[in-house]
Ligand binder design. Structure first.
Ligand code: NAP
Length: 258
């Protein structure tokens, strides 16, 4: 039988590292391919999680790097038991507060890299394999002053749920994980001191419990994973309340005057 591996993007800290930890504890997984840009933090991850971690220091917004993963898979011929598309970033500000380059880079990482890596890995997956794509509570409705970030996460949620249906025949599951606020370094890159931007982070939780639930939901074949009462309530409300109203509530919650 082929070696079974897991690929986790953004595995050197935060939510991604929690997935790497959980997957490293599975005896059937012989290697975790941990992908992120910061080489030092990746090495630290090896120190903490052990020799199963194989590091790939790369920027996933560069298509050539995705091709490198494709080549490595071809060489190894391993089965990708888990693909966790977790790397992503946000900017909490208005459309004009960041450059066009940065806006498009967010789309490149949060959407294009997720789709590309999925397409590269699916040929190495089969019955009982899992794709876990990280969306967000921000995907439930349009969010002014994080318009691109929330829209990228809506893409991921819809894309993943549709993909799950297509992959059923092959016995592969695809799960969109929709966390609420989690205590990670996401905010270091997202909060840029914009005049209008997200500043109230209700219901903040630690990422470990969210990752555990996500993995368990994926293994049950669920197409969406929602952790915690606060996020579940938001999810239900987003289906009932008109989006125009939800946006008004959001702006009020964030103390943003129009
Ligand atoms: N924290 C929250 O409240 C929250 C809520 C909902 C959803 N999420 C989602 O959860 C996921 C993980 O975020 P997090 O909260 O754990 O934030 P984080 O601590 O900032 O982690 C982001 C990870 O992505 C990697 N990364 C960033 N840019 C990259 C690039 N261009 N190429 C390769 N890797 C890159 C980072 O490593 P390097 O910087 O070394 O590249 C890091 O490992 C994201 O998709 C985020 O949108 C987070």
């Amino acid at each position: 039988m082929n070696k079974q591996i897991a690929i986790v993007t953004g595995a050197n800290k935060g939510f991604g590292k929690e997935f790497a930890k959980l997957l490293a504890a599975k005896p059937e997984i012989s290697e975790i391919w941990a992908i992120a840009r910061d080489h030092k933090k990746l090495e630290q991850t090896v120190q903490e999680l052990g020799e199963k971690i194989r590091t790939f220091s790369m920027d996933l917004t560069d298509r050539e790097n995705i091709k490198h993963i494709a080549t490595e898979l071809e060489k190894r011929g391993a089965t990708v038991k888990y693909l966790v598309n977790n790397a992503g970033f946000a900017k909490f500000c208005s459309y004009g507060d960041i450059s066009m380059e940065e806006s498009l880079n967010m789309i490149d990482l949060n959407i294009s890299a997720v789709v590309a890596l999925g397409l590269v890995c699916i040929p190495y997956m089969g019955k009982g394999c899992h794709i876990i794509n990280i969306s967000s509570q921000a995907s439930f409705f349009p969010l002014p002053y994080q318009n691109i970030y929330s829209s990228t996460k809506t893409f991921i949620r819809n894309y993943t749920r549709a993909l799950n249906v297509e992959l059923k025949e092959a016995g592969i599951s695809a799960t969109a994980v929709c966390p609420g606020w989690m205590k990670t370094d996401l905010f270091d890159r997202a909060v840029i001191g914009a005049k209008k931007g997200t500043r109230n982070f209700y219901g903040m939780v630690l990422p470990d419990a969210v990752a555990r639930k996500a993995l368990s939901d994926a293994e049950k074949g669920k197409d969406i994973s929602v952790y915690g009462l606060y996020v579940k309530a938001t999810h239900v409300l987003s289906k009932i309340i008109p989006q125009r109203w939800v946006m008004k509530i959001w702006l009020k919650q964030q103390g943003i005057q129009r």
